[in-house]
Ligand binder design. Structure first.
Ligand code: HEM
Length: 159
């Protein structure tokens, strides 16, 4: 899996920007904040209804699991694996139908959350590239016939 702290973030590594503070607890606050902004956006912005409906009505556990996972993924301590084992993200997402439209909604939630944290634009771009790769890998349903994305795929195949 791509590690965004070493790839795609150019000359600005993400870890020192998100992980600041004096104690381990303080240093985790940046990741907590990002997760909260991400799920608040999904929960409150009707534009994201489509992916909100895939999640449980109470987002407490979704927030906690995503926080535990992102901590390690963003270059901090791996808090997910000791509790839940290898992430196997694609397999764990199989029960949820994810098309290009769902992927794009997820990525928009994330970019809105990152922008709300006022991180440097270059860091946001690097992170979004890593998020895109992982989110794209999560797609497990074909796009509806006639959608712009499926037409695009057909024209690429036809080249
Ligand atoms: C492509 C669009 C995506 C959709 C629609 C989606 C949707 C979901 C849903 C519905 C859940 C279950 C929530 C729950 O049971 O509380 C979930 C879990 C999770 N997602 Fe995603 N997700 C997407 C992309 C991603 C990406 C890109 C990452 C990582 C960078 C990610 C990381 C996780 C993690 C760590 C969990 C918890 C897995 C577990 O232990 O059960 N997801 N996601």
């Amino acid at each position: 899996m791509t590690n965004p702290t070493t790839e795609a973030s150019g000359d600005q590594p993400v870890a020192p920007i998100l992980y600041f503070g004096n104690s381990p607890e303080e240093r985790q606050q940046g990741v907590r904040r990002l997760v909260d902004l991400f799920y608040d956006e999904m929960d409150q912005n009707p534009h994201f209804d489509r992916i909100r409906k895939l999640h449980p009505s109470d987002l407490t556990h979704s927030r906690e699991k995503f926080y535990l996972f992102l901590s390690g993924w963003l270059g901090g301590p791996d808090l997910y694996t000791p509790q839940f084992g290898h992430p196997r993200l694609r397999m764990r997402h199989m029960p949820f139908p994810i098309s290009s439209e769902d992927r794009d909604q997820w990525l928009l939630c994330m970019v809105n959350a990152l922008r709300a944290m006022a991180l440097p634009e270059k860091v946001i771009q690097g992170l979004m590239l890593s998020f895109f790769r992982t989110a794209d890998f999560m797609r497990n349903r074909p796009d509806p016939e006639g959608s712009a994305k499926s037409l695009n795929t057909i024209s690429i195949k036809g080249e």
